[in-house]
Design a protein around this ligand. Structure first.
Ligand SMILES: Cc1cc2nc3c(=O)[nH]c(=O)nc-3n(C[C@H](O)[C@H](O)[C@H](O)COP(=O)(O)O)c2cc1C
Length: 346
C-alpha cells in the first residue's frame, strides 16, 4: 500500500492508543509484523509542547519509518502549527484525531466530538493539509462513524476530507456516543470505501486473524488497524499476516522467544521514561503480557501482584526473566488459553 511517497510493508496497522502505543511499543509491533503505526495523540496546544509528556510522545528516535504523528485539537490555526512543529521533529505523516472520545484539548471537546461540527472539522482538515503540503507530508484522518446512531456522518466527512487532500481514512466502527460499548460495526466502513478513492482502514474489535479476514472481506478496506488486542500481544500482527497469507494459524510464540521481546521492550521503555517512571508505567504492559500468555491457572495474577511491588528496573527485569524461565522449564506452555486467563483476571 502506498501512502504519499511511502510504500508500507503490509496493511496491518497498530492503532494509536494514548498511554500504550509509545515509541517502544510501536517499535516492537513493527518488528513483530505491523506494517504501520501511528503515535499516541499529541496536543496542538503550544503551551504544552515542551511538557515532558508531549516531548516524549514526539520522540521517534530509532523507530523505523514512516513516522506518523497524530495531532489533536479544536483550532484550525493551532492544528496547522502543530503539524509544522511535528514535521520539524521528524513526523513524515500527520494524522488528525477525530476518533478519540475523551474531552481533552483546551477543555473543549476534541477528537470525535469534532464530527458534530462538520464546518469546523473541515476547516481543521484543510488547514492541516495546507500546512503539510509544502513539505510533501501526507495527511490522514482517523474518525468514528459519527457522533451518534442518528448522526452517522462519517461518509459525508470522508468525501469532504478526500476533496480537501486527505490521503488515507481510518474508521473506528463506533459512534462517539458509544464510547467503547457495544460492538464495532463495519458497514459504515464499507459504505465509505465504496465512495472514496483514497485508502480506507477498518478499525474496531479486530482481535484475531479470522476477524481481520472477515472485516477485510466485508468492507473491502485497504488495511485493518488493531488496538486493544495488541496490548500484551504485539505478535498478533505476524499471526494475522501468516493467516491471511496461508489460511493457517501460526503456532503461538514459545516462551523463550517471548522473554526476549519482553526484556527488549522493558529496556527500551526505561530508556524513554527513565527508571522511576518507566518501572511504574511498564507494569500495565507486563500485566497485559501475562494475560495474553498461555500460563498455568492463576499464574498471571500472581505475577501481576508481584510485579506491582517492584520499584527498580533490575528487579523488574529479573522478575520477568525468572518467571519466563520457570514457566518454560515447567513445560506449562499452552496449558491455558488467552481467553481463560482473561476470565481469571476479570
Ligand atoms: C487506551 C486507549 C487509548 C486510545 N488513544 C487513542 C488516541 O490517542 N488516538 C486515537 O485516535 N484513538 C485512540 N484510541 C482508540 C483506538 O485507536 C481504536 O480506535 C479503538 O481502540 C478501537 O480499536 P480496537 O477495538 O482494535 O481497540 C485509544 C484506545 C484505547 C483503548
Amino acid at each position: 500500500m502506498q501512502l504519499g511517497p511511502y510504500t508500507l510493508p503490509n496493511t496491518l496497522f497498530v492503532a494509536p492508543m494514548a498511554g500504550v502505543t509509545d515509541r517502544p511499543f510501536r517499535k516492537l509491533c513493527k518488528r513483530l509484523g505491523a506494517g504501520y503505526a501511528v503515535s499516541e495523540m499529541v496536543t496542538s496546544r503550544p503551551d504544552l509542547q515542551s511538557s515532558l509528556k508531549t516531548s516524549r510522545r514526539a520522540d521517534h528516535s530509532g523507530e523505523p519509518g514512516p513516522i506518523a504523528v497524530q495531532i489533536a485539537g479544536t483550532d484550525a490555526q493551532m492544528m496547522a502549527d502543530a503539524a509544522r512543529y511535528n514535521i520539524d521533529r521528524g513526523a513524515q505523516i500527520i494524522d488528525i484525531n477525530m476518533g478519540c472520545p475523551a474531552k481533552k484539548v483546551c477543555n473543549k471537546w476534541a477528537g470525535s466530538a469534532l464530527m458534530q461540527d462538520e464546518t469546523l472539522a473541515l476547516e481543521i482538515v484543510q488547514a492541516v493539509v495546507n500546512a503539510c503540503a509544502p513539505y510533501g507530508v501526507p495527511v490522514t484522518l482517523k474518525m468514528r462513524t459519527g457522533w451518534s446512531a442518528e448522526g452517522k456522518n462519517a461518509p459525508t466527512i470522508a468525501l469532504a476530507a478526500e476533496s480537501a487532500g486527505v490521503q488515507m481514512l481510518t474508521v473506528h466502527g463506533r459512534t462517539r456516543e458509544q464510547g467503547y460499548k457495544g460492538f464495532a460495526e463495519h458497514d459504515t466502513v464499507a459504505q465509505i470505501k465504496s465512495r472514496v478513492k483514497i485508502p480506507v482502514v477498518a478499525n474496531g474489535d479486530i482481535d484475531s486473524p479470522e476477524k481481520a479476514r472477515e472485516v477485510l472481506a466485508r468492507t473491502g478496506a485497504d488495511a485493518v488497524m488493531v488496538g486493544r488486542a495488541a496490548q500484551g500481544r504485539p505478535w498478533i500482527f505476524r499471526e494475522i499476516a501468516y493467516f491471511l497469507d496461508t489460511g493457517e494459524h501460526l503456532p503461538p510464540p514459545d516462551l523463550v522467544e517471548v522473554k526476549g521481546w519482553l526484556l527488549e521492550h522493558l529496556e527500551d521503555h526505561y530508556s524513554l521514561y527513565g527508571e522511576f517512571t518507566g518501572v511504574r508505567s511498564a507494569r500495565k504492559h507486563l500485566g497485559w503480557y501475562a494475560q495474553a500468555l498461555p500460563l498455568p491457572v492463576g499464574a498471571a495474577a500472581v505475577f501481576r501482584a508481584h510485579i506491582n511491588t517492584l520499584t527498580t528496573a533490575q528487579a523488574q527485569l529479573d522478575c520477568v526473566r525468572e518467571n519466563l524461565d520457570a514457566w518454560t522449564t515447567a513445560g506449562l506452555e499452552h496449558s491455558m488459553t488467552r481467553e481463560d486467563n482473561w476470565k481469571m483476571a476479570a
